[in-house]
Design a protein around this ligand. Sequence first.
Ligand SMILES: Nc1ncnc2c1ncn2[C@@H]1O[C@H](COP(=O)(O)OP(=O)(O)OP(=O)(O)O)[C@@H](O)[C@H]1O
Length: 255
Amino acid sequence: MMLLKVKNLKKIYATRFGGQKIEALKNVNLEVENGEYVAIMGESGSGKTTLLNMLAALDKPTNGQIILNGRNIVDISDKDISAFRREHLGFVFQDFNLLDTFSLKDNIFLPLVLSKTNYKEMENRIVPIAKDLGISDLLEKYPYEVSGGQKQRCAIARALITKPELILADEPTGALDSKSTNDLLTLFNKINENGQTIIMVTHSTLAASHASRVLFIKDGEVFHQIYKGTKTNEEMYQSISDTLTLLATGGVRNE
Ligand SMILES: Nc1ncnc2c1ncn2[C@@H]1O[C@H](COP(=O)(O)OP(=O)(O)OP(=O)(O)O)[C@@H](O)[C@H]1O
């Protein structure tokens, strides 16, 4: 079943003092099925973060539609947008965005507190998620008392606890060492196998090789895509590397 449809998405940034206009997204079209795990790659400045910000309803496009479960999120009013994001989307960012004055548990509860979920329900939800992520024994600790990988797992728990339709991840492995990166990628595969749809922006070929599809953005458009199909992670890694090389030299046609 179709979860997300992006149609003719365009974003033009007007620089300050009415100067030059920058076309960050020219015309993006893409569709994501329920349960997919999609990585978005592209060179620096190609428009990846801009696209993710639009999908996250953090910014409005200049033109086009973003239809999530049949609803055009571009039309949601400013008044309703925070609640919409909290109820329908989960976010995993590179710098975790955990609050240092809150325990890990309270950090994870935060989106539920904001949507006024009762405490018993919050307790019920956290137990299986913390167990799956291996942080059950860390919940009373504070962010500065745990490792980067543990913080990242806490951030994932916070993203999952609202049961979002879509997880958006921006460079989730960017701040992690290789062991924590591998742990995180294994976790993403696991939550995806449990049915969670994920869209992840990444510069990492290794991270992207775990996704079921990789979209390549160039000059504000989807330029190419690779489906994992029956490829192993290693074969996928190789296909992505080859595509990045071809992209850098301008040699790939859209599929
Ligand atoms: N707020 C803004 N105002 C003006 N221009 C912007 C703004 N944000 C991004 N841009 C420009 O839009 C283009 C796309 O930027 P974007 O951050 O989406 O690229 P990216 O692919 O995410 O890059 P990176 O991989 O370096 O994070 C760039 O030319 C950038 O300079």
